[in-house]
Design a protein. Structure first.
Ligand code: ZN
Ligand code: ZN
Length: 369
C-alpha cells in the first residue's frame, strides 16, 4: 500500500541512486529509495550538501556566499563599520574588506582545523547517508504511512493548496528545530555528548566552515535524529496528500533548505547579525550563536536552538546578549590545550569516551552542566 504513496523526487534521490549503483547494490536501490518523501529528502539534501559545496542547498554554495557578502556590506553601511569581531571575540571598527574577512580570523589555526575536519566529514558522509538516511528514513516513513492507514483507513487525498504547502514547510522547520534542540542539549549535558561536541566548541574563531566543524562520530547522531523525526512527519503528510505535496520554494530551493543554509552561514560568521531584542525571544538570530560559542561561564549551554527560541525559553537556556557583547570563542584554556590541533580534535574525544566508559575521571573542568 505504501508504495502508492510515492512522493516527489528530489535531487538527493538521484545522488543516492548513483551512489548505490556505483557501490554494486543496484538491485536494492529501488527498494531503499521508493518511499522517500520530499520532506525526508530535504533533510537528506541538507546533510548531503554539507559535503558538496557545489550543490545548490549548501550554505557554502557561491550564491549563498554572495548573499552573505551583500547582506554583510549592508550591515557595514548601517552600523558604520561596527558590529564585526576579531579573533579575540571583541567588537571593533573595520574598513569594508577587514569587516568582511578579518585577517586575524582567516589566518588562525582554528580556521585551518575547520577545513581539515570538514574534509574528513565529507569523506565519511556517504557512509552515514546510506546507513542512516538510505535505510532508516524510508523505514520510518513507510511504517508511519502504514500506521496511518491502519488507524484512519485510505488516504483522504487532500489537495495541496498554497496554504497547505506553507503549513508543510512550517511543520518540517519546527520539527527540525525541536530535534536540533534536544540533540544539542544532550550534547552539552551528557559526558559522552560533550566529549564529542567539544570539537565544535573548540573553534577559536568563527567562519562559515565552522558550521560543519564536528567530530566525525557526531554526524550519525545528528543525522539519525533528523532522519527519524522528519521521516515521521513526511509519512503523515504523504498519507494526507497521497504523496502529492511539495514545499514552497525560494530561489528554486525548498523554503526549509533556504532558511537553513542562510542562517547557517551567519551563525558562524564573525559579524553579529542580530534581531531586535523582542524578536530574539522568539527566533534565534545568528548573532545569538556567538554567545553559544563563548568560553565565559555565563554563556555556557545557552542559545542551543536552531530556528526558534521557544525551547531555550522553556528550558531556561536563553541568553539575550547586550550589543557587541564580548564573546571570546573556544573552550576554557585547560580544555582548549587538548582540542586545538586537527589531530587533537580527532583523538581526544575518542580517548575521553574510552575513559568515561571505563569510569576513569576525564579531568574535564569544563563539563558544562
Ligand atoms: Zn553547542
Ligand atoms: Zn556553532
Amino acid at each position: 500500500m505504501a508504495d502508492v504513496l510515492l512522493s516527489g523526487k528530489g535531487p538527493f534521490k538521484e545522488e543516492v541512486q548513483q551512489l548505490v549503483e556505483e557501490s554494486g547494490v543496484a538491485e536494492s536501490a529501488e527498494e531503499i529509495l521508493g518511499p522517500f518523501s520530499d520532506i525526508a529528502s530535504s533533510v537528506a539534501e541538507a546533510l548531503w550538501d554539507a559535503v558538496l559545496p557545489s550543490s545548490t542547498t549548501n550554505s557554502l554554495h557561491w550564491p549563498f556566499l554572495v548573499l552573505t557578502v551583500i547582506l554583510t556590506t549592508g550591515l557595514w553601511v548601517i552600523h558604520k563599520g561596527r558590529g564585526a569581531k576579531g579573533a579575540d571575540g571583541l567588537e571593533r571598527h573595520y574598513g569594508l574588506m577587514e569587516y568582511l574577512m578579518p585577517r586575524s580570523i582567516y589566518t588562525h589555526l582554528s580556521a585551518r582545523v575547520d577545513i581539515g575536519l570538514y574534509l574528513i566529514d565529507r569523506g565519511l558522509m556517504p557512509v552515514w547517508i546510506v546507513l542512516f538516511l538510505g535505510g532508516l528514513a524510508p523505514f520510518v516513513e513507510q511504517n508511519t504511512i502504514g500506521a496511518m492507514q491502519w488507524v484512519f483507513g485510505a488516504s483522504p487525498q487532500l489537495q495541496p493548496t498554497t496554504g497547505w504547502k506553507l503549513f508543510y514547510g512550517a511543520v518540517s522547520l519546527l520539527i527540525a528545530d525541536m530535534i536540533f534542540y534536544f540533540i544539542h542539549l544532550m550534547m552539552h549535558r551528557t559526558k559522552i555528548g560533550w566529549a564529542i561536541h567539544k570539537v565544535h566548541h573548540s573553534a577559536q574563531v568563527l567562519t562559515p566552515i565552522t558550521r560543519f566543524r564536528e567530530h566525525f562520530i557526531a554526524a550519525p547522531i545528528w543525522g539519525s535524529g533528523f532522519a527519524v523525526g522528519l521521516a515521521m512527519s513526511g509519512g503523515v503528510f504523504a498519507y494526507l496528500f497521497n504523496g502529492g505535496i511539495t514545499q514552497i520554494t525560494v530561489l528554486n530551493l525548498g523554503i526549509f533548505s533556504f532558511i537553513y543554509a542562510l542562517n547557517g552561514n551567519f551563525r558562524h560568521y564573525h559579524v553579529a547579525f542580530r534581531y531586535p531584542r523582542w524578536l530574539e525571544y522568539w527566533i534565534q538570530s545568528p548573532g545569538m550563536h556567538h554567545t553559544h560559542h563563548s568560553m565565559l561561564e555565563k554563556h555556557w549551554t545557552t542559545n542551543l536552538g536552531l530556528v526558534t527560541s521557544i525551547w531555550d525559553r522553556i528550558f531556561g537556556t536563553l541568553y539575550i546578549s547586550e550589543r557587541n557583547e564580548h564573546t571570546p570563542w573556544g573552550l576554557t584554556p585547560e580544555d582548549q590545550a587538548e582540542y586545538t590541533t586537527l589531530s587533537q580534535n580527532l583523538v581526544t574525544p575518542l580517548r575521553d569516551i574510552y575513559r568515561i566508559l571505563r569510569g576513569t575521571p576525564t579531568g574535564d573542568p569544563n563539563y558544562k552542566l
